[in-house]
Design a protein around this ligand. Structure first.
Ligand SMILES: [Zn+2]
Length: 414
């Protein structure tokens, strides 16, 4: 016991000294290294020092982790999750009546499931309970993916004072700008807003053009990105013209608005492979709550093939930046990779393009290219090894056997 205490005291002294290197460099050999930017190296060694990648190249001799039958990729990134959503004690989505402790534990469990599924960074869009989870993971106290959050979601009524009963009135542009500032004050890393209704309610535009300009303009002034829930072509067009930076879902996106996004450099995050499938698989757990009605489920069932066809058009749109998000809700955490498998197997996306979308392009959309999203010197050592070659069999991405985040191994089940 004394020796253990002394050991920890010694480590702390080294850490406090700062300049002293407490850990030797780590080396990983893999059969294939996909760098996340479209590059492939065979039988390569990645070297890591101080939590960062220092080199990638051929190297003979012993290594710390010999993954010479596996494919090594950058840690995966999911730009659209709801990290706290979970099924409660009765197995239903309705979490009313749960204690704050129960909610916090559910978020921690989802974070763990997501991380060992290969996702080392996620963007939650978003709830107030994301903030302590984000911070405790960042401090290294709890295992989980790097987490950024919108803290809340802004809609056409946000910031309007609530009257006597009933929903609050429609917000003025000034009230919406205040709502954006309040979100930042509450710790938001980005702004999530609704330009259209849910797919269960038809997906029509709900925020006016002026309201969109107010929200996305204020966010831009504050240096925050804007993720816009939008299904109808009108709502997508209005959001793009309002200067918003990323469109989510887009079930009814037409060639015209796909081209508009490409022309304006707006990121497009279609969610075609997991969210609706997950709702349908878990129907009894959602049915009867809010707009999860029989009609809502029928709308989701109908939207699936529409999504696939829309995505095929998105793939044919030159210069469209298709990023990776799943809209992971209760039942989907830990299965975030299913989106990539559907994009490739159902819609014909090239496996390498799907992998670039899942890694470096999504990092670019988060303005984090210098930290994550690729296997390159100087970047965080966020690495995932899978069993098989995803370039020839995309389902290999499901077979995650090794996960490292910031140089620390969280999964090694070779
Ligand atoms: Zn969502």
């Amino acid at each position: 016991m004394t020796r253990i205490i002394l050991y920890f005291a010694f480590c702390c002294m080294l850490a406090a000294a700062g300049s002293v290197q407490s850990n030797p460099p780590i080396t990983i050999r893999a059969a294939r290294v996909l760098d996340g930017r479209g590059g492939l190296r065979r039988n390569a060694v990645v070297q890591i020092d101080g939590g960062r990648i220092t080199s990638v190249g051929p190297k003979a001799g012993a290594v710390t982790y010999d993954l010479s039958t596996l494919t090594l990729l950058p840690g995966f990134i999911d730009l659209h999750v709801h990290i706290g959503w979970h099924f409660g004690k009765d197995g239903r989505m309705d979490n009313r009546g749960e204690t704050a402790d129960e909610l916090a534990l559910a978020g921690a469990a989802n974070a763990w499931a997501t991380l060992i599924g290969g996702f080392t960074t996620v963007q939650s869009v978003g709830a107030a309970s994301d903030v302590p989870l984000r911070d405790v993971i960042a401090r290294g106290v709890l295992p989980g993916p790097r987490l950024v959050t919108s803290v809340r979601q802004i809609n056409e009524r946000s910031g309007a004072p609530r009257g006597q009963g009933g929903p609050p009135p429609i917000a003025t542009p000034d009230q919406l700008r205040q709502a954006v500032r309040d979100a930042k004050e509450a710790g938001a890393d980005l702004i999530k807003l609704f330009a259209s209704a849910s797919i269960r309610d038809g997906g029509k535009q709900t925020m006016t053009d002026d309201q969109l300009v107010a929200v996305c303009g204020e966010a831009r002034t504050l240096g925050l990105r804007t993720l816009v829930h939008a299904h109808s072509p009108e709502s997508i067009k209005a959001a793009v013209l309002a200067g918003c930076t990323q469109i989510e879902h887009g079930v009814f996106a037409t060639d015209e608005v796909l081209k508009l996004m490409a022309d304006k450099g707006v990121y497009f995050d279609p969610n075609i492979g997991l969210v609706l499938q997950n709702y349908l698989e878990n129907k009894p757990k959602f049915l009867g709550i809010g707009n999860y009605t029989e009609e809502g489920f029928a709308a989701m069932q109908k939207a699936m093939p529409i999504n696939f066809e829309m995505f095929r058009h998105a793939l044919r749109t030159p210069n469209l930046k298709i990023v990776y998000g799943t809209d992971a809700v209760a039942g989907a955490h830990g299965r975030n990779i299913e989106e990539a498998i559907v994009r490739v197997s159902e819609c014909g996306q090239k496996p390498m393009d799907a992998i670039v979308s899942l890694t470096s392009l999504s990092a670019e959309s988060m303005r984090m290219t210098d930290a994550i999203g690729a296997i390159a010197p100087g970047l965080q050592a966020d690495l995932v090894a899978v069993d098989g070659d995803p370039l020839t069999d995309i389902t290999a991405l499901r077979r995650v056997v090794f996960v490292m985040k910031g140089g620390r191994v969280y999964r090694n089940t070779r």
